[in-house]
Every structure is written in structure tokens, then in C-alpha cells.
Design a protein around this ligand. Structure first.
Ligand SMILES: Cc1cc2nc3c(=O)[nH]c(=O)nc-3n(C[C@H](O)[C@H](O)[C@H](O)COP(=O)(O)OP(=O)(O)OC[C@H]3O[C@@H](n4cnc5c(N)ncnc54)[C@H](O)[C@@H]3O)c2cc1C
Length: 275
């Protein structure tokens, strides 16, 4: 923080990007500032404050739900549109962020810009097949959310590109979803694990299923063995038990402790039995 020489307040994403790419001084984008304030590298000289960017919208675009990068957890929690999506699970997840003070300041863009195991939205967006619009020197490009955490994504959000918004596909609007943050207290940022579970069931048959797991590794992951065990099947008690066994194997892949495995499996079964 001692080395900050400039603060810029751009009013368009293009102007913000120009500051980030400027050779004049090493720059970093600041949205709500809740994470940056704790992790600012000493070499940064220019704070590029994003607060004036018109990116705090939450809207429907065609069939999709679009959430601007500057929308805060509180905006998302209280949006009527988001509350009506996926049974209110996205709003419910936003409400699980540790405290009202943080929810007022923290943005969805800042939450996903860098992988952090305890952050809420990465697991949620991975489970909703979300896409992310990113502005960089090559223009605006849309990526699958899971791709921006992949090895092939070479951009550094907040350094050489800006997240503009997150697009949640229309197909998820009526999915049955559940978000679980299993933590010591409601006010903890740290969690033993987070779980985002979603299913589209027709005539008793599971047409689509997504299970994404956070907090057990730096980046969230999909529990693919469990998803495979459920996909295309009827939700009988036998299928649920078999899927829970596969889910435990998925968790073995990240060396989850017995305690976490047992708790996560039980919440997983509760979700399936409640559909
Ligand atoms: C006490 C405390 C409790 C917390 N509790 C929780 C919790 O319960 N759950 C949770 O998920 N998180 C929690 N957090 C983490 C943090 O608040 C969130 O990750 C938050 O969403 C970050 O958003 P921000 O707008 O404050 O980002 P900032 O701190 O402003 O920025 C974070 C990073 O994102 C980059 N960035 C921001 N916006 C953009 C953009 N549009 N495009 C590209 N890069 C961008 C910045 O350059 C920076 O590298 C907590 C943090 C603290 C300090």
C-alpha cells in the first residue's frame, strides 16, 4: 500500500483496461477492495478503481441471466430476478458470504477473478455452466467459467484484462439447486467444504446433473463420478446410495478427510432425496 502513486477512476471498461495496460506504472484493478486490501503486492503503484464502471447490472438477456462484475453479494442476494432463478439458490449462496459488511462491498467479479478455495461463487458458477465475458487487448471474448481457471487461460484478471459480466444460461432457470457451506460458524469465510448441487428431472429421470465442490482444493471441481452415476437414471434409493458411494470416491481424489466426506455425502443424499 505504501507504494501507491496513482489512483484512477475510469468510467468505461475500455478506459480501465487502458490504465491496466499502461506502462507508466504497475496497475491493479480494485472493485470492492475486500480482498485486494489484504493481498496488494508491494510493486503496485496504480490503483485502478472500478467503482464508476457501469457494470453493476443484473438483467435478463434473451433467456439468460446476466450479472455485471460490479454487482455486490448484497445486490445479488436482494435481486428479485436472481431470487426467482434456480429456486433462489444463487441469492441464497450470496447470503452465505460471511458478514453484511463484506456483502455490501464484495463484488462477483472480485470473487471469481482469482481462484480462492473459500470463495463462494466459483463453485456456484461452475455448477451452472456459466460463461464469463472478459475484455482484454484483443477485445471482448466469452469463456466458459471453468475455462478461466484452466491452464490454457493466460490472462490475469485485474492485471491485463477485466471481467465484464457473468452469463448464467436460461436452461438453469428451473433447475432444482442447492448450495451448502459447511463451516464452523455462519460468519466464517473458511469452510470445511462448499457444495453446489443442481438437477433437472423430468418424469422421474435425471436429465441434467451438476455437483461442484469448493473449499477442498484451490479451484472448485465437478464430482464427475457422482454425476455419471445419476445421469439418465431414476432417483430410486438404490441409485442415490450408489451415487453417494461415487461421490465419496470423487472426494477421495482431493484427499478429503473422513469427517468432510461423511458430512458432504450426507448433504448430497439429502439434496437428492428432497427432489
Ligand atoms: C473478512 C473477510 C471475509 C470474507 N468472507 C467471504 C465469504 O464468506 N465468502 C466469499 O466468497 N468471500 C469472502 N471474502 C473474500 C472477498 O471478500 C471476496 O472474494 C470478494 O468477492 C472480492 O471482491 P471485491 O470486489 O472486494 O474484490 P477486490 O478485493 O477489489 O479484488 C479482488 C481481486 O479481483 C480483481 N478484480 C476485481 N474485480 C475485477 C474485474 N471486474 N475484472 C478483473 N479483475 C477483477 C482485483 O484486481 C483483485 O485481484 C472475505 C474477505 C474478507 C476480508
Amino acid at each position: 500500500m505504501n507504494n501507491i502513486k496513482y489512483c484512477s477512476f475510469p468510467e468505461t471498461p475500455k478506459a480501465a483496461l487502458a490504465w491496466l495496460l499502461s506502462r507508466k506504472a504497475e496497475a491493479l484493478a480494485v472493485a470492492g477492495g475486500t480482498l485486494v486490501a489484504k493481498t496488494l503486492p508491494e510493486t503496485v503503484e496504480n490503483f485502478v478503481n472500478l467503482k464508476n464502471l457501469p457494470l453493476d447490472y443484473i438483467k435478463k438477456q434473451g433467456a439468460d441471466l446476466v450479472i455485471g462484475a460490479m454487482a455486490t453479494f448484497d445486490d445479488i442476494d436482494n435481486s428479485k430476478l436472481v431470487r426467482g432463478w434456480a429456486g433462489g439458490t444463487i441469492s441464497g449462496a450470496a447470503a452465505r458470504c460471511s458478514s453484511q459488511l463484506i456483502r455490501n462491498m464484495a463484488t462477483i467479479g472480485g470473487n471469481i477473478a482469482r481462484p480462492h478455495s473459500f470463495n463462494i461463487f466459483p463453485a456456484v458458477l461452475m455448477g451452472l455452466d456459466a460463461r464469463v465475458r472478459v475484455l482484454s487487448r484483443i477485445g471482448v471474448k466469452t469463456y466458459l467459467f471453468s475455462d478461466i481457471y484452466g491452464g490454457d487461460f493466460k490472462l490475469r484478471p485485474g492485471r491485463d484484462c477485466l471481467i465484464l459480466d457473468v452469463i448464467i444460461p436460461g436452461k438453469t432457470r428451473n433447475w432444482v439447486c442447492r448450495f451448502e457451506k459447511f463451516a464452523k460458524t455462519e460468519a466464517s469465510w473458511e469452510a470445511y467444504f462448499t457444495l453446489f448441487m443442481a438437477a433437472a428431472v423430468k418424469g422421474g429421470v435425471v436429465k441434467e446433473v451438476r455437483i461442484s465442490v469448493g473449499a477442498l482444493s484451490p479451484k472448485p471441481f465437478r464430482a464427475q463420478a457422482a454425476e455419471k452415476a445419476l445421469s439418465g437414471g431414476k432417483l430410486t434409493s438404490g441409485v442415490v446410495d450408489a451415487a453417494a458411494l461415487e461421490f465419496a470416491r470423487d472426494l477421495d481424489g482431493v484427499r478429503a478427510s473422513e469427517f468432510k466426506k461423511e458430512a458432504a455425502s450426507s448433504l448430497f443424499k439429502r439434496f437428492l432425496n428432497g427432489i
